[in-house]
Design a protein around this ligand. Structure first.
Ligand code: NDP
Length: 244
């Protein structure tokens, strides 16, 4: 692992499973102090126990702005600074647009898009102080929308738009904005799909290829955060070789 990580303290949202968990561990191995946030605190506590470095579990619901504000404040109070926000918490509920249960759209917009915007808003003053970085976990669905992913893709395209505007606002202040766009990663993400046809399709896609492991995405995050201050890795698209 790189010893050049330019991050002393990081906050990873959605760290109770999948990409967030793997990223928290990779950052910890690389020498960062990591705060891990999610709703399932029992899982976060297990993660803290297995971490190679100092780690703090914080209850965090990104759909609740106050919860994010409190979590960021708790991290800064405990460690005195924040150098990186890994904005990873997310939810995918695939389905066709016709006849959709629009409550799933609300949930995805509130979690993936608005939640990640709230987290940036809360963390930014501290990241400006530290000349830190925001890592936005978007998706290939933030580049190309596909059939049955309309609402999910809309949230991920939204992250791309927000991130580019953010980059233009803060780059002169030394804050780097990094958008990670993973392809298919073997995680719990597809467990939340309620439409049985879409769920079966997701399982079939997973079985048709060698998917990425969460650690593969975590390594991309560590790479981007290990660059010297004058290099801003703004976008990383990382797909399984088997994914068309
Ligand atoms: P997981 O389902 O394994 O992880 C999702 C994480 O988000 C969990 O830790 C969950 O924690 C957290 N989360 C969900 N809702 C909230 C909330 N309201 N507040 C706080 N945390 C929340 O899936 P992945 O690891 O795959 O997903 C992580 C990110 O990667 C997502 O943004 C996803 O869109 C993106 N991504 C995933 C891909 C894949 O193929 N797996 C591909 C491209 C992008 P808890 O439930 O404990 O709150």
């Amino acid at each position: 692992m790189s010893s050049d990580l330019h991050v002393k303290v990081a906050l990873v949202t959605g760290a109770s499973s999948g990409i967030g968990r793997a990223t928290a561990l990779a950052l910890s191995r690389a020498g960062a102090t990591v705060a891990v946030g999610a709703r399932r605190v029992d899982r976060l506590k297990e993660l803290v126990e297995s971490a190679p470095g100092e780690m703090l579990a914080v209850h965090l619901d990104v759909t609740d702005e106050q919860s994010i504000t409190d979590a960021v404040a708790a991290v800064v109070e405990k460690f005195g600074r924040l150098d990186a926000l890994v904005n990873n918490a997310g939810l995918m509920q695939s389905g066709m647009i016709v006849g959709a249960d629009t409550r799933e759209w609300v949930r995805m917009v509130e979690t993936n898009l608005l939640g990640s915007m709230f987290a940036v808003h809360a963390a930014l003053p501290h990241l400006i102080s530290s000349k830190g970085a925001v890592v936005q976990v978007s998706s290939t669905a933030g580049r190309t929308a596909s059939l049955g992913s309309g609402a999910y893709a809309a949230t991920k395209f939204g992250i791309t738009a927000f991130s580019e505007s953010l980059r233009q606002e803060v780059t002169a202040l030394g804050v780097r904005v990094i958008v990670i766009q993973p392809g298919f990663v073997a995680t719990e993400l597809t467990d939340h799909i309620t439409d049985p046809v879409m769920r079966a399709a997701a399982a079939e896609i997973g079985q048709s290829m060698r998917p990425l492991a969460p650690q593969d995405v975590a390594e991309a995050v560590v790479y981007a955060l290990s660059q010297p201050a004058h290099i801003s890795v703004n976008e990383i698209l990382v797909r399984p070789t088997d994914q068309v």
